[in-house]
Design a protein around this ligand. Structure first.
Ligand code: ADP
Ligand code: MG
Length: 381
């Protein structure tokens, strides 16, 4: 990828720049916990963006996307926003950096990536954090800390790309480290690294390539249920700010006071927060069998209690269980997208083959398969 980028950069700008990279991400466990003040547990992956960049002294950005095969120029004032969606990510990062009182000058760039777009691996966060890191390195002597780089990416999504996302994706891209997952407390933003080096296992995503329409209205309903359950618990236990602060027995106390549906949603969330902690303990012992079992429990909760799975994802999960795959669950908000699977090396080929064949036969289209290895996030190459 680097050679291809260097060739194009030379061709367009007649010189050489520095190389910067960042990564997409997975979330091993901790789903629908972020807005409940709970934990998420992401890591950066070996799929990302590489950009060659050189300041040009022209007060504008000249950018070429190799994957989209398009060249765009834009200035650095608010009024200079480009219309191409990919360029808006770069423009947004520049603007958000400037808004925070830091410096951005004109630069030339050519970049490419290998994170599948819109597959739930956050190619957009990879793009943002590559440029946020580069602009910090090139123009600000690395004065901006990694948290602020993540927030620059998040604000870019909010203010320039129309996506009201949380902080997890950009956090994972900016903080990701080879062989480590990062447990992020979404309430306090405290984080801790845990070793993730599953020798003898692979992580593989099976992308159902479906996205059911329900997603956004269902999401709002889930949030409302969680808030309702938290409010009921808070009457007895004022220290409960978010649902994730509640103990399971406190939820039982209010069962008759809230709709059964809200109870089930809350039961999932409180269980999920505990599962993240259990997975972290298991990883410290190198116990990947327990990690896998927790992934199945999460899938069960998402499917039966939180009700955000779908036929395609339940099918893939059930097949994984049947084939003795160590762990499997839907990853992301639900109603489509990928399952993430922890698979023993010797089972890997058979699982991928069977999943592809049986899924295709049942649903009339093939799933996509992405191997991932936990790797470094934003960096200079
Ligand atoms: P994802 O879930 O992958 O983050 P998004 O819709 O949030 O999906 O972001 C995808 C968008 O990010 C693309 O439409 C494009 O504008 C931009 N993008 C991501 N990767 C690349 C790339 N390699 N080249 C150009 N643009 C990219
Ligand atoms: Mg995105």
């Amino acid at each position: 990828m680097k050679t291809k980028i260097a060739k194009k950069f030379q061709e367009l700008f007649g010189c050489e720049g520095d190389f910067f990279a960042s990564a997409g991400r997975i979330n091993l466990i901790g789903e629908h916990t972020d807005y409940n003040g709970g934990y998420v547990f992401p890591g950066a992956i070996d799929k990302g963006i590489i950009a060659e960049i050189k300041p040009n002294g022209l007060g504008k950005v000249r950018a070429f996307s190799l994957d989209i095969n398009e060249y765009v120029e834009f200035g650095l004032e608010e009024a200079d926003a480009p219309s191409q969606s990919w360029a808006r990510y770069i423009f947004g990062v520049c603007r958000e950096t400037i808004k925070r009182g830091f410096k951005v000058e004109g630069f030339d760039t050519a970049f490419a990536g290998d994170v599948p777009l819109g597959a739930g691996l956050s190619s957009s966060a990879a793009l943002e954090s590559t440029f946020a890191y580069a602009v910090n390195y090139l123009f600000n002597g690395e004065k901006i800390d990694r948290f602020e780089l993540a927030k620059i990416g998040q604000s870019t999504e909010h203010n320039y790309c129309g996506v009201k996302c949380g902080i997890m994706d950009q956090f994972a891209s900016c903080f990701g480290k080879k062989g480590a997952l990062i447990r992020l407390n979404c309430k306090t933003l405290e984080y801790k690294y845990f070793p993730f080096e599953p020798k003898g296992y692979k992580l593989v995503l099976i992308d159902s390539c479906v996205k059911h329409e329900l997603a956004s209205s269902a999401y709002n309903k889930r949030r409302a249920s969680c808030e309702n359950a938290a409010a009921a618990i808070r009457k007895n236990h004022p220290e409960v700010e978010f649902l994730s602060d509640a103990k399971r027995v406190w939820l039982d106390e209010v069962r008759s006071e809230i709709p059964e549906e809200d109870f089930l949603r809350a039961e999932y969330v409180i269980g999920e927060v505990q599962r993240v902690l259990d997975v972290c303990d298991a990883l410290e012992r190198g116990d990947y069998e327990t990690v896998g079992e927790m992934m199945y429990q999460t899938h069960f909760g998402l499917s039966k209690l939180y009700e955000v799975s779908c036929e395609e994802l339940d099918f893939l999960n059930k097949l994984a269980r049947k084939m003795d795959v160590t762990g499997s669950r839907v990853m992301g908000g639900g109603f489509g997208g990928c399952t993430i699977n922890l698979v023993k090396d010797e089972l890997y080929d058979a699982f991928v083959k069977t999943a592809t064949e049986q899924f295709s036969a049942k649903f009339g289209h093939a799933p996509k398969v992405y191997d991932v290895v936990i790797s470094d996030g934003a960096r200079k190459l």
